[in-house]
Design a protein around this ligand. Structure first.
Ligand SMILES: *Cc1c(COP(=O)(O)O)cnc(C)c1O
Length: 462
């Protein structure tokens, strides 16, 4: 299986190369040259299997012969061994025909663990056998950073630097990044917002001398291996509700479009998904795009669902690539226009997007109302991100079963939840001592040269 860039102008890579690289050298994102499909019988045969077994069957066609079957099964087993629920992604019911997929039973209590724990194991295996080291630099609005640090801390062949917007992540998110004592972990609190962090990350990747010098690797949701890991739970949950004999719809709290894009891949692989509903918070660029066909940057307004506070949604580029029939030049041109602040999507591409995706937005007040609604009507305590999803899903219910993705544990956002329902959600016991541990963090300015020097110095000192 070969991987190609969404901008059509970077070398083709193997799965392993695409995984270790992250962003393509033409600024694009890697996608598989073709999307493998599974037959109805193959999907039906997943009923009743373990999460790990389904993960193997779904991901295997994308990795080709990168690993032997036995090696890949070992990697998957180690990745999910630290989850605290045997189903990994259990479903609970919220109402008639409405289900919640709980994706917060991993080590850092957010769905990012599904991809990051797998990537940690994949990197460790690949780097050890290639006898290589890499420097991972990630930008985070909160959950990616903690999930990456948890997945890579203590590994011999990796340094992990995480840029997060100073003062704009929750206390718990920050502590998850700043309390691990491992020498290969570097938490960087940058001035600015998440988009500034993400822009600096892109600049580092586009500086080839630096990129090659420190062997930069990206684990943001632009990394194809992360998308792939997330395809799996669409299969496990849809099959548990009767797919492929029945269609299923999903609503996904969305920021960078990685999670919902994985659902689109599941659909392309043959899973009978009816609607994929994009749920945004007040930072609603994707909802506006679906309504108006104009993708227009506006400033970020901080919300109580900070992991969705973005104005540029990087994985949307992958959706555009497919909507434009795989035309990398067209995508490259849109991205060029975006530098000026906006681009318009052609009518044909817009029709193609609307064939699969619906959208809705949630205001701050509606998020709070929905946390209350969930608690009163179902007993489920929703995190603010999951509440955005539930609110939008409630507007899209019909005869097709709807699964809303619960992307984080409510205890990661205790203030917002307590404000809504008057109950402060408790951290699981294994995390309670974290709040008292000393923090290690470096404040950094929003300046490329400063960041590059800091990273080089830290690596040299190890
Ligand atoms: C990252 C994140 C999201 C957004 O996911 P994307 O893949 O970026 O769309 C939503 N909720 C939570 C809790 C997250 O951590």
């Amino acid at each position: 299986m070969k991987y190609i860039s969404t901008r059509g102008n970077a070398p083709e890579l193997t799965f392993e190369e695409a995984m270790l690289t992250g962003l393509a050298r033409d600024g694009g994102l890697y996608v598989p040259e073709t999307i493998p499909t599974l037959s109805k019988d193959e999907i039906a045969a997943m009923a009743g299997l373990s999460y790990e077994e389904v993960a193997f069957r779904v991901m295997k066609p994308f990795i080709g012969d990168t690993f032997t079957d036995e090696e890949f099964k070992g990697i998957i087993a180690r990745a999910y061994a630290n989850f605290r629920h045997d189903a990994r992604a259990p479903l609970v019911q919220l109402g008639p025909n409405h289900f919640l997929m709980e994706l917060f039973h991993g080590p850092t209590l957010a769905f990012k663990d599904f991809a990051m724990q797998l990537i940690g194991q994949l990197f460790q295996f690949s780097l050890a056998r290639r006898n290589e080291r890499v420097t991972i630099v990630g930008a985070t609005s909160g959950d990616t950073g903690s999930a990456a640090i948890e997945a890579f801390r203590g590994l011999d062949n990796v340094d992990v630097f995480i840029l997060f917007p100073d003062g704009r992540v929750s206390d718990i998110q920050r502590k998850q990044m700043t309390t691990p004592a491992d020498a290969n972990v570097h938490a960087l609190a940058m001035e600015g917002d998440f988009d500034d962090c993400q822009a600096k990350l892109k600049d580092m990747f586009n500086d080839f001398e630096f990129r090659d010098g420190v062997k930069l690797a990206g684990v943001n949701s632009i990394n194809w291996a992360r998308v792939l890991a997330q395809v799996v739970y669409y299969f496990t949950t849809a099959v548990s509700l009767g797919a492929p004999a029945r269609n299923i719809s999903f609503t996904v709290p969305t920021g960078n479009f990685g999670d919902i894009f994985a659902g689109y891949i599941a659909k392309k692989m043959g899973l009978p998904i009816d609607r994929l509903v994009i749920a945004t918070n007040q930072n609603d660029i994707l909802h506006r795009t679906m309504e108006t066909a104009a993708y227009t940057k506006e400033g970020v307004t901080p919300s109580i669902s900070p992991s969705m506070d973005i104005q540029v949604s990087s994985n949307f580029e992958r959706a555009l690539f497919y909507a434009y029939g795989g035309d990398g030049n067209a995508v490259a041109q849109l991205m060029e226009e975006l530098k000026e602040g906006s681009f318009s999507i052609s009518q044909g591409a817009m029709e193609s997007l609307r064939d699969h995706f619906d959208s809705g937005r949630t205001s701050e007040a509606e998020t709070v109302e929905t946390i209350k609604w969930g608690f009163t009507h179902t007993g489920e305590v929703l995190c603010p991100h999951s509440a955005c999803g539930v609110k939008v899903a409630n507007q899209h219910l019909n005869e097709t079963p709807m699964i809303t993705l619960a992307t984080a544990h409510p205890a990661k956002f205790p203030d917002a939840v307590e404000n809504a329902i008057g109950v402060r959600p408790a951290l699981p016991p294994h995390m309670q001592d974290m709040m008292d541990k000393p923090e290690r963090v470096t404040k950094v300015p929003n300046e490329l040269e400063h960041l590059k020097t800091l990273i080089k110095d830290r690596i040299a000192a190890r």
